[in-house]
Design a protein around this ligand. Structure first.
Ligand SMILES: [Zn+2]
Length: 437
């Protein structure tokens, strides 16, 4: 990068420093030396001007971690590459992302895990991790080579895009994965119930004449997995939960001490099935947008600490594909570059939670689920200087044409929002600055 601030020494001054893991929320400075967190507090040190970032009025926190993105490489590089996705990530304040394995070919061996890591390193934007497939070709029949992928640095395992249908395969997967201490992430969906559905099943799907996906498809698999995991006690993580029923199931499991974590997207907090009324395929996602009641239950779950991580499920698609009829268009929307203000709108502006709580779900909580070592989502001394600086009050309008992502499939285009990422710093190096975008 041709920027001035390019060494590994940096002083961030006068920001509101929020580090949930270490219980810090105060106006002070953060000093980075040799790319790592050196000191948080009042720093007197004299530094050259180009190594100082003035952050008054801004929030300075550990870099955001998105444990659920799709970068489409290998196989669909016209939709997104690890390079373009990484640019989008830093523009959204993310210093670590975890790629899902539903690429072509599937990420299911050491070589493909290493490939993703290498492309991420070469891009020099965000840290790029990968999950490996849980079963071979994500078919849900035979377990993948989890041990080898764990050795290559896989961040966990998932068949995301589909759930593992066979309970005995899932039980084996949980047992096997627990040997490596890595998370098993499940896209909870019983395909016998979701069938060829494209939106939430109910009054709205009937009205629009579109096949529906029952909330039960999600809840049954989630409930089943939790029962399986009762005795196995693997790290089990429910991806993008979307229904009130799922919240209830997870709440109860947590009360009983059964290991389960979960995540939620901005769109499942902010949008519901009624927004699909125009047959706009930018509202077609999997799991589908649900009801008002589900939105409210998810927000309540965030408030109660039932939701562990906030994720985007960044899912780039070609415009030509999204312009297909609703029935035939692919599922998914992009989300990295609009996530912060949307989470702010859903959770802060409505008074559901405060900034330290929101930051925790974007930093230390996903880091703990993933068990990623050097970038633990905190300002603990010695950790890599992965930092996000944002202005919580800055107003702007979401414009997909300004996105670094190759894709434009975003239903939030044109929304007026508040909260803007100013700097994204990885290993003490400024990898994104809004002044230069
Ligand atoms: Zn999924």
């Amino acid at each position: 990068m041709g920027n001035k601030i390019n060494t590994n020494e940096l002083l961030i001054k006068n920001g509101r420093v929020i580090d949930p893991l270490n219980n810090i929320d105060s106006v002070c400075d953060v000093l980075i030396e040799e790319g790592r967190i050196c000191y948080v507090g009042k720093v007197q040190k004299q530094m050259p001007e180009d190594k100082v970032i003035e952050a008054s009025g801004k929030i300075v926190c550990p870099g955001f971690i998105d444990m659920h993105v799709h970068f489409r490489e290998p196989g669909d590089e016209e939709e997104e590459t690890i390079r373009s996705g990484s640019h989008a990530a830093v523009a959204g304040g993310y210093t670590s992302v975890v790629c899902m394995p539903n690429t072509d070919p599937t990420i299911q061996d050491e070589t493909s895990i290493e490939f993703v890591h290498r492309m991420g390193r070469q891009t020099r934007k965000t840290h790029v991790y990968a999950m490996g497939a849980l079963t071979k070709d994500r078919k849900g029949v035979e377990l993948s080579e989890m041990g080898l992928m764990a050795g290559a640095g896989a961040a966990g395992f998932t068949d995301d895009g589909t759930g593992v249908q066979d309970a005995s395969v899932m039980r084996k997967a949980l047992k096997y994965a627990s040997m490596f201490g890595l998370v098993v992430s499940q896209h909870c969906q019983d395909s016998s119930l979701s069938g060829n559905g494209v939106i939430n099943a109910g009054f709205n799907s009937m009205l629009l004449g579109l096949p529906g996906m029952s909330p039960l498809a999600e809840e049954l698999m989630l409930w089943r997995d939790i029962q399986l995991n009762k005795s196995i006690r693997a790290k089990y993580h429910a991806q993008h939960i979307s229904t009130k029923g799922s919240v209830d199931i997870i709440r109860k499991a947590k009360q009983e001490g059964i290991p389960v974590t979960c995540e939620v997207t901005p769109h499942h907090l902010l949008l519901n099935e009624q927004t699909v009324a125009e047959y706009d395929t930018n509202y077609k996602m999997n799991p589908p947008l649900r009801t008002d009641e589900d939105n409210a239950a998810l927000k309540e779950a965030v408030k109660d600490g039932i939701i562990d991580a906030l994720i985007t499920d960044h899912a780039p698609h070609l415009q030509s594909e999204k312009e297909l009829e609703f029935l035939y268009a692919p599922f998914g929307i992009i989300g990295l570059e609009s996530a912060l203000p949307l989470f702010g709108k859903a959770l802060i502006e409505d008074g559901i939670i405060d900034w330290p709580e929101l930051v925790a779900m974007l930093t230390c909580k996903p880091a703990e689920i993933l068990g990623i070592d050097e970038t633990k989502g905190s300002f603990t001394k010695g950790k890599w200087g992965d930092i996000t600086i944002f202005d919580p009050e800055e107003k702007w309008q979401i414009d997909v044409n300004k996105f670094f992502s190759k894709a434009r499939n975003c239903p939030f285009h044109g929304w007026d929002v508040k909260g803007k990422v100013c700097y994204t710093i990885v290993g003490g190096e400024v990898r994104y600055s809004s002044e230069r975008d």
